[in-house]
Write a protein that binds this ligand. Structure first.
Ligand code: 13P
Length: 253
């Protein structure tokens, strides 16, 4: 039995002070038993981590970063290392989000180095994979794109516990567009990912959490999360509003 992971991705939204106030309300309103069935994770801007993590200590809410440097330290202006994220209170980090790939030109090779940097620093990486609209329209190509992102992204990465890795399938055409993959589409790609993980990590593949991301919201969450290989969500827009995030947590529980 896999505990579902409901992971917010706040992207470039909210101020640190607003994040703290938001989290205070979440902790007040979170049904007392919700966390027994669902793990809740907030991937926030790096500036928000320390004050929010102080508040979240001892609660069922975990915090994560949205990106990290492939380097440990050095002359890399503007970068944030895995150790810095961990010290500020993160236990997870998103790696290879499609917005990083398209807006910042991140290659599968760089994503691979970032995944290794995350593991070196005891952060659980959430590797994002997903095809563009053109690739989906080209049929088989969507599968090839996702498998390539997975194989190159995970090359040489040792995973001996299922809790040390999360994969998020986020079709690019569904992100921030209001268009969602059908539950069958999400399950079908998740099953393909699971099958690849069985080759890479046979001992733990069946319990690695696979998330769906792309316009997940209260209205479609229960249906998406009902599928066998959809073990949670990576949620952008709908995670900014407390009520909608709580409704998704409830749908997962
Ligand atoms: P939306 O939920 O806003 O479509 O964003 C999804 C996403 O990119 C999460 O990482």
């Amino acid at each position: 039995m896999i505990t579902p992971l409901i992971a917010a991705n706040w992207k470039l939204h909210k101020l640190p002070s607003e994040g703290v106030a938001w989290l205070e309300t979440l902790l007040r309103e979170l049904p007392s038993k919700a966390h027994e069935h669902v793990q809740i994770l907030l991937n926030v801007p790096a500036t928000h981590l320390a004050p929010m993590a102080r508040l979240a200590r001892g609660t069922p809410v975990a915090l994560g970063g949205q990106d990290l440097s492939a380097h440990n330290e050095g002359a890399y202006t503007g970068e944030v290392s895995g150790a810095m994220l961990g010290d500020a209170g993160a236990s997870f980090v998103i790696v290879g989000h499609s917005e990083r790939r398209t807006l910042h030109g991140e290659s599968d090779e760089l994503v691979n180095r970032k995944l290794k940097a995350a593991r070196r620093n005891d952060l659980v990486p959430i590797l994002c994979v997903g095809e563009s609209e053109a690739e989906r329209d080209a049929g088989e190509e969507a599968l090839a794109v996702v498998l390539e992102q997975l194989r190159t992204g995970l090359r040489g990465l040792c995973v001996s516990e299922s809790s040390a890795l999360v994969i998020a399938y986020e079709p690019v055409w569904a992100i921030g567009t209001g268009r969602t993959a059908t539950a069958d589409d999400a399950q079908s790609m998740a099953a393909t990912i699971r099958s690849e993980l069985r080759t890479l990590y046979p001992a733990v593949a069946d319990s690695i959490r696979l998330l769906y991301g792309g316009s997940m919201k209260p209205a479609n969450a229960a249906e998406l999360l009902s599928r066998a290989d959809v073990n949670g969500g990576l949620i952008g827009g709908a995670s900014l509003e407390l009520d909608s995030l709580l409704a998704i947590v409830e749908a997962a529980g």
